[in-house]
Design a protein around this ligand. Structure first.
Ligand SMILES: CC(C)(COP(=O)(O)OP(=O)(O)OC[C@H]1O[C@@H](n2cnc3c(N)ncnc32)[C@H](O)[C@@H]1OP(=O)(O)O)[C@@H](O)C(=O)NCCC(=O)NCCS
Length: 182
């Protein structure tokens, strides 16, 4: 499965970002801010080179950033969050999502996730899947609220610290879930 080149819609209904935050496709100019958010939120942060590599493959990857809309005269607003996905044969995979600690619980994460889901749906993809640390209650709740269901575990999947992964799955319009259930 590959990704087309159309831009996704801003968000799905019901998950708009706060009014001082805008979503836009991630570009090289955002990478410094993206890396800062990643360092502040991940126990094993991706280095900037990993994000750069992801952006070099637009046929299978889509990344979005959330930026503060003010001050308006700056060329880009401060990056406060980001999310990305990769098209795989079985399903679109959420690769990463994070919101700067000072901006959490304002709806930014939900808006970023909605952007990914709306983009995947618009591109005709049938399902979205992801892994999440079993102890990451905030992310598990975010995904559950978006309609993801827990469909399996990967024991010891994560390192530093070692932790199980929960596999989550969301069928987009009309698609079947693994095992044939709907
Ligand atoms: C997970 C994360 C992206 C959520 O971003 P956010 O902007 O704070 O999320 P939102 O404000 O949009 O919250 C949406 C919903 O997620 C859930 N949620 C978010 N943070 C939560 C928390 N700390 N505790 C419990 N539920 C939480 C809630 O259901 C929330 O809805 P509500 O506020 O109406 O109750 C953010 O906590 C984060 O960056 N965490 C570190 C990185 C990470 O764990 N990424 C996921 C990797 S799989």
């Amino acid at each position: 499965m590959t990704l087309g080149h159309r831009r996704g819609p801003a968000t799905m209904a019901g998950a708009w970002p706060p009014c001082d935050v805008g979503l836009q496709p991630m570009g090289a100019r955002h990478l410094r801010g993206v890396a800062a958010v990643e360092r502040a939120t991940s126990p094993r942060p991706w280095p900037p080179a990993t994000f750069r590599r992801e952006l070099e493959d637009p046929a299978t990857r889509r990344y979005v950033v959330a930026c503060l809309a003010w001050p308006r005269r700056r060329p880009i607003g401060k990056v406060v969050g980001f999310a990305g996905m990769q098209a795989r044969p079985e399903a679109t995979h959420v690769t990463n999502i994070a919101v700067a600690p000072a901006q959490q619980r304002r709806g930014v994460g939900a808006a970023l996730l909605a952007w990914l889901l709306a983009t995947a749906a618009e591109l005709g993809h049938e399902a979205v899947t992801l892994e999440v640390r079993a102890g990451n209650a905030a992310a598990r709740r975010l995904y559950a609220r978006a309609g993801f269901q827990e469909v399996g575990m990967r024991p010891g999947y994560y390192r530093q610290p070692e932790e199980d992964a929960v596999i989550m799955w969301l069928a987009l319009a009309g698609a079947a879930r693994p095992g044939g259930a709907r």
